[in-house]
Design a protein around this ligand. Structure first.
Ligand SMILES: *[C@@H]1O[C@H](CO)[C@@H](O)[C@H](O)[C@H]1NC(C)=O
Ligand SMILES: *[C@@H]1O[C@H](CO)[C@@H](O)[C@H](O)[C@H]1NC(C)=O
Ligand SMILES: *[C@@H]1O[C@H](CO)[C@@H](O)[C@H](O)[C@H]1NC(C)=O
Ligand SMILES: *[C@@H]1O[C@H](CO)[C@@H](O)[C@H](O)[C@H]1NC(C)=O
Ligand SMILES: *[C@@H]1O[C@H](CO)[C@@H](O)[C@H](O)[C@H]1NC(C)=O
Length: 399
């Protein structure tokens, strides 16, 4: 083997070893979720807000430069999709810290964010809220703050310190989003309520814009979902009411006639980290009665009430039959529907016939050889007749 070949082999081996640590988690990792105490409220709630602001910048203002040259394609943003295809590998440092536990993750993310140029505290919206400024009274101050906000935003876009470049930052933010979104799905209580409006997406001053209804900071986990996760059923940048999602709702494309409009992203159906990374989102749609939504098929599927609802029919007297959208309980053999009692009652006619039959034929004799021979004979006659009709040539010579 030549020297060059050895060098190549070693290089490949080194590559394999070095990517191992930052590869994807194969399956449910045992990431500790129990570090969720509220003693550290002071820094954690601020950290959540800072991190959420910075990730919203990515969600609404950054895009994957490997696939999109410009941000003007509205499908390029995170709000339209998690990066598709997913990242080839995690940002190793985010992975290392965030797979430990939520507090380590949060502390690390906040530390890095504090070195970036454009942060929550410099956002015009945030300053206005802190200072109780209104445009009528404080327009000059607002203008000054806003100029600075715009300058920092531009400078941050052009020179993404402390990252090695835009792609490194992109990877950092995506990896952080994967984890923060996943923690949101895990009921981490400090992500539950932000206690602050969370629809500031770093656009600096916003005149009279209605808040995004998805960023309702009074509903548990809404701000966290808005900041960290995609919205598969409403991939729009700003929406003030659910109706605005209807025309662009991709969850609706797959709907069958049994589906009504509203589809939702349900947290407790999206708790697996590998699926979070690979965009395998489960949504839940309102279906008409008797159907339930199945994300695998993207459609409303008939509920088999007979299999899923126990004791739906009376075990002794009824049989359950699953039908499209509903089920039926029908009376078993030997029972008949009583219109008076509205239940299946013993069918006296059948019972009487059975008794008569049983007394005339000793059941044991049915199994005697003569009766078996007789029945096989008659079956043979029937088969021969059918056969004869369909292929007469087979029997012509014999008959
Ligand atoms: C994860 O936890 C489960 C149950 O606690 C355990 O059986 C499994 O071996 C753990 N996996 C890893 C990779 O530690
Ligand atoms: C995307 O942009 C196109 C034109 O550039 C526009 O017609 C379309 O409505 C936009 N879609 C969304 C979801 O915003
Ligand atoms: C803003 O208003 C709130 C109550 O409306 C008050 O508690 C707070 O101190 C005010 N902040 C400033 C900077 O004036
Ligand atoms: C989160 O809470 C919801 C409702 O309280 C529950 O149904 C779900 O199982 C919880 N998920 C986890 C991962 O604990
Ligand atoms: C969605 O549901 C499927 C089937 O239950 C599951 O395999 C997948 O992990 C879920 N997705 C997420 C993001 O948890």
């Amino acid at each position: 083997m030549s020297m060059l070949m050895w060098i190549c082999l070693i290089a490949v081996w080194a590559l394999l070893v070095s990517t191992e640590g930052q590869g994807f988690i194969d399956d449910d990792s045992n990431v500790s979720l129990d570090v969720d105490n509220r003693d550290d409220d002071s820094w954690t709630s601020e950290a959540v807000l800072d991190v959420a602001f910075y990730l919203r910048l990515y969600k609404f203002n950054d895009f994957d430069r490997r696939y999109y040259l410009k941000s003007d394609k509205n499908s390029s943003y995170f709000y339209a999709q998690f990066p598709v295809p997913p990242l080839i590998s995690f940002h190793w440092e985010v992975y290392e810290k965030c797979s430990e536990n939520v507090l380590t993750c949060l502390k690390y993310l906040q530390d890095v964010i504090s070195d970036t140029q454009f942060q929550r505290i410099s956002s015009t919206v945030h300053v206005m809220r802190q200072m109780n400024w209104t445009m009528e009274k404080n327009s000059n101050m607002i203008r000054m703050v806003n100029d600075e906000c715009l300058r920092l935003k531009m400078s941050d876009w052009e020179k993404p310190v402390p990252f090695r470049g835009p792609l490194d930052r992109f990877r950092w933010r995506v990896t952080a989003s994967y984890f923060m979104c996943w923690y949101t799905m895990q009921n981490i209580s400090l992500l539950s309520v932000f206690n602050e409006p969370c629809d500031d997406i770093g656009e600096c001053y916003r005149a009279e814009e209605l808040p995004d209804f998805r960023a309702d900071n009074k509903l548990p986990y809404q701000c966290a979902l808005y900041s960290f996760c995609p919205d598969p059923c409403c991939p729009l940048r700003r929406v003030t009411a659910p109706e605005e999602c209807h025309d662009v709702n991709p969850c609706r494309h797959t709907m069958t006639e049994a589906t009504e409009k509203s589809c939702k992203f349900v947290r407790n159906q999206n708790t697996r980290l590998p699926s979070v990374i690979y965009n395998e989102w489960n949504v839940s749609c309102a279906c008409t009665a008797g159907y339930e939504y199945d994300s695998r098929y993207g459609a409303c599927i008939d509920i088999n009430e007979c299999a899923t609802v126990s004791d739906i029919c009376d075990k002794n007297s009824e049989i359950c039959i699953n039908l499209r959208g509903h089920h039926k309980c029908i009376c078993r053999w030997g029972f008949t529907w009583s219109t008076d009692q509205r239940i299946c009652v013993t069918d006296t006619a059948v019972k009487r016939a059975e008794i008569r039959f049983a007394s005339r034929n000793d059941f044991n004799s049915v199994k005697t050889s003569t009766s078996i021979a007789a029945s096989t004979n008659s079956i043979w006659t029937i088969v021969k007749n059918i056969w004869h009709r369909h292929s007469p040539s087979l029997f012509r010579s014999g008959s």
